[in-house]
Design a protein around this ligand. Structure first.
Ligand SMILES: Cc1cc2nc3c(=O)[nH]c(=O)nc-3n(C[C@H](O)[C@H](O)[C@H](O)COP(=O)(O)O)c2cc1C
Ligand code: SF4
Length: 453
């Protein structure tokens, strides 16, 4: 047996497979599939059979719960076309069917209700000529996404849209809601001291910057009641100046701890800890910047921002590529696996609700230690399960690692702009491109078989 497959001692009381009890939900183990968005649904926001087949492979692989991709509550908050939405009651039957199919595997499904704000990679035809909503009218410094500061009326409308989306999640028989208040999307745009420049009651001090998120929590609770699982994903630290070192640092860990305390007091049942006030960000998902993939995929974003042509120049010009790589990688976390744990631990010490940590997890012994030493109660895995969807079952069989772990190359992240969600690191397939493509396309093949039997 190879070193990577090193068997860890099989312990019947293994903490990885101890159920996790939230206030309103019990999950069979501590291994959660983290959110991964991809363009695998229909253009009009309806869900696809391909999406259901895609999700099912993670439930089969043994994850205790799947936390969905970014699901827009309104088309103005969609990151890319071909994302299934939850913006009308007509969407409920699709999500109900998806939930049923996931439940067959004794796996739960939490839906992430989301609004992109200005961080909209490609608005699609429905958003053409419309300017994105945000806390600010300043565009971001990387892509230069244009936006406008929301009026109070617009804030009230979006709060209602979140509450209605939450009602639909419950009506679809899913197991819980996650608010996407991390990674630079609309909630982060309000929370972040580096982004939010408002002068009204939604800007300025921390309480004001957290007001929008807390008002959404209250509106959601009013709609779904106190007995339905609600969690929030939050970036513990902004690292706003990671790429461009002359910028402000943004929200600190201490500020996020305070926001987490307020979230707990307002009736949030769990916290999912992430990092960075944009997405992608040099630290999220932690890993390499795949220049070849950027040069070949970023083109679809050219109309989306005022700095996209500049960026394309950096990705394509062999003289500029090393400079960009340097800026991206100079603060790269090392090791990547578990690098957010110190922040999760600091938050966990200050709250009484379970804490889930994301970021590079793919080794049973690392995850076990993180839970046992009180850094978190569970971990969430995105790329690492994309590479090895049956990792939880491998752990259960006593393996400490997959034979071919995720390399954190981030090719999946950049390919997602144009191509199906999947692992695109050909080195994991011994250089066999055909084998890689077969695995990437497998969920479409399965959907085709099911639809046209
Ligand atoms: C292709 C891709 C899409 C993602 N989409 C989302 C998303 O929709 N919502 C979200 O909260 N995080 C999203 N993430 C972040 C992951 O959920 C996760 O927190 C992050 O990748 C770190 O975990 P990992 O190292 O296991 O990938 C995405 C990551 C990737 C690679
Ligand atoms: S392309 Fe594959 S190996 Fe690379 S980060 Fe994504 S899942 Fe991991």
């Amino acid at each position: 047996m190879s070193d990577q497959m090193n068997k860890s001692k099989i312990n019947p009381k293994d903490i990885l497979f101890e159920p996790l009890r939230f206030r309103n939900l019990t999950v069979k183990n501590r291994l959660m599939r983290s959110n991964i968005s991809g363009r695998i649904d229909n253009y009009n926001g309806s869900g696809s059979e391909a999406r259901i087949c895609w999700e099912e492979k993670f439930a089969r692989g043994g994850a205790g719960v799947l936390i969905s991709s970014h699901v827009p509550i309104n088309v103005r908050g969609r990151i890319l076309p071909n994302y299934a939405m939850i913006d009308t009651d007509e969407r409920i039957p699709f999500w109900r069917e998806l939930g049923k199919r996931i439940h067959q595997y004794d796996c739960k499904y939490i839906l992430q209700i989301s609004h992109s704000g200005r961080q909209q990679d490609m608005g699609g035809i429905e958003n053409q000529g419309k300017i994105a909503l945000s806390s600010t009218s300043k565009s971001d410094s990387f892509h230069g996404f244009r936006c406008k500061a929301m009026s109070r009326k617009e804030i009230r409308e979006v709060i209602k849209q979140f509450a209605q989306a939450a009602r639909r999640v419950k009506a679809a028989g899913l197991d819980g809601i996650e608010l996407h208040s991390a990674n630079g999307y609309l909630f982060t745009q309000f929370l972040s001291s580096a982004i939010n420049d408002r002068k009204d009651e939604y800007g300025g001090n921390l309480k004001n910057r957290a007001r929008f998120l807390l008002e959404v929590v209250a509106a959601v609770r009013k709609e779904v009641g106190n007995n339905f699982h609600l969690q929030a994903k939050i970036s513990a630290v902004d690292y706003s100046n990671d790429l461009f070192f002359w910028e402000k640092k943004g929200t600190t860990l201490e500020e996020s701890i305070q926001v987490c305390k307020w979230l707990e007091q307002s009736g949030v049942d769990a916290l999912h800890i992430s990092t960075g006030n944009s997405f992608g960000h040099p630290k999220n998902p932690g890993g390499d910047f795949p220049m070849y993939e950027a040069a070949n995929n970023y083109g679809v974003m050219l109309p989306s921002g005022i700095h996209t042509s500049r960026n394309m120049h950096f990705f394509r010009n062999p003289w500029l590529q090393p400079l960009f790589k340097f800026l991206w990688s100079r603060n790269k976390p090392q090791p990547i696996e578990g690098f957010i744990l110190p922040h999760a631990k600091a938050i966990k010490k200050q709250v009484h609700i379970p804490v889930i940590c994301t970021g590079g997890f793919q080794t049973a012994s690392v995850i076990r230690k993180a839970i046992e030493d009180g850094s978190c109660d569970a971990v969430s895995m995105a790329r690492t399960l994309l590479a090895n969807p049956d990792l939880p079952n491998m752990f259960k069989r006593g393996n400490n690692k997959a034979p071919k772990p995720c390399t954190y190359c981030n090719k999946c992240l950049i390919n997602v702009l144009q191509h199906p969600l999947g692992c695109y690191d050909v080195s994991r397939f011994n250089g066999d491109e055909k084998k890689m493509m077969k695995e990437v396309m497998a969920f479409y093949d399965e959907a085709e078989k099911r639809s046209f039997k």
